[in-house]
Design a protein around this ligand. Structure first.
Ligand SMILES: Nc1ncnc2c1ncn2[C@@H]1O[C@H](COP(=O)(O)OP(=O)(O)OP(=O)(O)O)[C@@H](O)[C@H]1O
Ligand SMILES: [Mg+2]
Length: 218
């Protein structure tokens, strides 16, 4: 596991308005990068671009394995995952939601059972395995979303506001999940409005200021 991401001179406009201008950064393997910035400053846009879900107008997204530059293809896309707040919850059980990524990748039954059970335990949702996902509380939904992103064992995980409108208990649980995965060497790029949370989690603090990505001294 040694996936690194370099973004160079990223520019992006939405409807003619420049959102990101000349954003450059090198995300090294391992550790937690936390991105803050006011509403509408382009955090989610930058995350989608990094996760290869949206193209910049100009600039370059380059993933590296060691020194080797990777092509943008399905193998690379399997290594990176973006988790959005409470988006795309399927109207089926928690188990089926979490195992979704394994099923679309054609995993076998026992692998699906084992890895999903692991993620249910990791997210504290073992008791909720058979519950219909839309009926979960918002904190549980958020934990489920992270479990669903992690089940395919990505090397880079992007979390867009993982604790927005979540109570203290669930926020703590989610922060524990993040710190546990960090120990396993996954690189994470997380957006948050919670400055105290940013300081708790971040190895490196980043901010979008005047459309540019800047490093904030700890
Ligand atoms: N698909 C889109 N189409 C048009 N405009 C968009 C689109 N996505 C984002 N924008 C605009 O780009 C700007 C940046 O939005 P973005 O969601 O990236 O900001 P953000 O920093 O994540 O904000 P927040 O803190 O509220 O989540 C906003 O003005 C937004 O309206
Ligand atoms: Mg956002």
């Amino acid at each position: 596991m040694n996936l690194r991401l370099r973004i160079s001179q990223i520019r992006k406009s939405h409807n003619g308005d420049r959102v990101l201008d000349d954003c450059s950064f090198f995300f090294e393997q391992g550790g937690v990068y936390v991105l803050t910035g006011p509403n509408g400053s382009g955090k989610s846009t930058l995350l989608r671009i990094c996760a290869l879900l949206e193209r910049p107008d100009s600039g370059e997204i380059a993933y590296f394995l060691g020194q080797e530059r990777l092509e943008d293809n399905i193998f690379l896309r399997r290594r990176v995952t973006l988790v959005l707040p409470q988006v795309g919850i399927f109207n089926t059980s928690v188990f089926n939601n979490i195992s979704y990524g394994l099923r679309v990748r054609g995993a076998g039954r026992s692998e699906i059972e084992q890895k999903t059970a692991e993620m249910l335990a990791f997210s504290g949702l073992t008791q909720k395995r058979g519950q219909n996902a839309p009926s979960l509380s918002s904190g549980e939904k958020q934990r489920m979303g992270i479990a669903r992103g992690l089940v395919i064992e990505p090397e880079m995980l992007f979390l867009d506001e993982p604790t927005a409108s979540i109570d203290e208990t669930n926020t703590r649980l989610i922060e524990e999940m993040i710190l546990e995965k960090k120990k396993q060497g996954i690189t994470m790029i997380i957006t948050t409005h919670d400055r105290a949370q940013a300081e708790r989690l971040a190895d490196k603090l980043l901010m979008i200021r005047d459309k540019k990505l800047v490093s904030v001294p700890a």
